[in-house]
Design a protein around this ligand. Sequence first.
Ligand SMILES: *[C@@H]1O[C@H](CO)[C@@H](O)[C@H](O)[C@H]1NC(C)=O
Length: 298
Amino acid sequence: MSSFLYRSNPQAHFAIKCLLMLISMHMATLAAANFYQNADITWGDERAKILNGGRDLTLSLDKASGSGFQSKNEYLFGRFDMQLKLVPGNSAGTVTTFYLSSQGAGHDEIDFEFLGNSSGSPYTIHTNVYARGKGDKEQQFQLWFDPTTSFHTYSIVWNPQRIIFLVDNSPIRVFNNHESIGVPFPKSQHMRVYASLWNADDWATQGGRVKTDWTKAPFTANYRNFNINGCAKSSSCQSSSTSTSSSSKEEWRTHELDAAGRNRLRWVQAKHMVYNYCSDKQRFASSVPAECKRSRFL
Ligand SMILES: *[C@@H]1O[C@H](CO)[C@@H](O)[C@H](O)[C@H]1NC(C)=O
């Protein structure tokens, strides 16, 4: 039947092909940003809610519990985007997270954590990288906007050469693969995406001095447009496969900073970085981590 169509009516064939393409494009977009398809709520019972047909997800925290979700799939490299609107007002003591982690001993992890603060004081964006169970690579930032009034996009790009943390597409941190000088880099364990909202008032805000104000509970964080372009465990995707079609979806495989990206990173690190493990002389008095002796970004 279809071969008859092909031969007899090329125009009809073309129209059908376009229609199929449109349908599959539409489905791909839906699949890319739908919490029903991408995520499982893992704890917190009714405190975690998927809304608006899968487009939005809210997590909340009260005195009894926080809540969280994880991606259905595990990935080895990819680009992971999440839009987030953080707990407004007095968010002291709360921690909102969006991170990647493998399971078991010697785990790998790439973290975004949003440490709440008292009303009017800025959130701290905490980042860290663990490879084979070892972390201690923290950098912290304060944002150039209020992250509680509207959605902003937080992204992790992870490929065999580097990890890039982005906020609204501005790189804020690059962690390069320095295996050549003996620094472990996460590149052989699949990682899942996790997100959570929980109480950490023993340490999170101003070193634990400011506690969660439970009269303001429940606290709510909003997630939206959870987008993954990555190499999923359940797919045939291989990190070594170099597809010849230069799809923009595969851009994460070789993502690196161009001149504009390096300028933007320098600006963020000069103006908005509030902690850098590489310059913590007290902590690493005897031996500054090897990668810190290399250029910070290049
Ligand atoms: C909260 O605000 C204080 C005062 O501006 C600041 O020192 C601190 O770094 C902020 N963040 C956290 C998580 O305490």
